[in-house]
Write a protein that binds this ligand. Structure first.
Ligand SMILES: [Zn+2]
Ligand SMILES: [Zn+2]
Length: 182
């Protein structure tokens, strides 16, 4: 069981497993859109396109399924991006546009390459914290170990600073940021 201060306090929700988290990242509208697009593709391949040749049926089924899944997954992807941008503090409108305008899923690829890390919250005051912060900007809660001499980031297992050689044991960093206790 996690201690109480590790819960995402500001959202007011209890922690969920990562699987739940990912599924909740896909909004309902994009699921509905995905089903509609899949059905629409079946309609195009089996009703709109010429369908009098029976020997072509397996090919039509295959094409309908392939195109249907393609456009449906595109809708799910858009839905995922629309939620993912928010928890990373990025511009939702801009990235939705990029994903829609750049064809063939290239927009989504660009998005996944350029997206910012998920914002976390300060365990002490729940301010939103980017992954690069060493300290909370609001309450000075220390998020990651830093050298007390040159203030660069160090690894939790380091005994000496890799940049200036400072003895990290002298810093009196909080015990949760140190592997080797006193
Ligand atoms: Zn804080
Ligand atoms: Zn240093």
């Amino acid at each position: 069981m996690m201690p109480e201060w590790m819960w995402p306090a500001a959202s007011g929700k209890e922690p969920n497993s990562p699987g739940d988290e990912d599924l909740r990242m896909i909004p309902r509208w994009s699921m509905v859109l995905a089903i509609l697009l899949f059905a629409g593709m079946q309609y195009i391949f089996h009703v709109v396109m010429p369908h009098h040749k029976h020997e072509m049926l397996p090919l039509r089924l295959m094409m309908g399924y392939a195109w249907g899944s393609l456009v449906a997954s595109y809708a799910l992807l858009l839905g995922y991006v629309s939620r993912d941008v928010k928890r990373r503090g990025m511009s939702a409108g801009l990235w939705m546009l990029v994903c829609v305008v750049l064809p063939g899923g290239i927009g989504a690829v660009v998005y996944f390459m350029l997206r910012q890390p998920v914002l976390s919250r300060c365990p002490n005051c729940t301010t939103e914290i980017a992954a690069t912060y060493h300290f909370c900007p609001q309450c000075q809660f220390q998020m990651s170990p830093v050298c007390g001499e040159c203030h660069r980031g160090v690894k939790i297992t380091d005994v000496f600073c890799t940049q200036c050689g400072h003895d990290l044991a002298q810093d009196g960093a909080p015990a949760r940021l140190r592997v080797y206790g006193d």
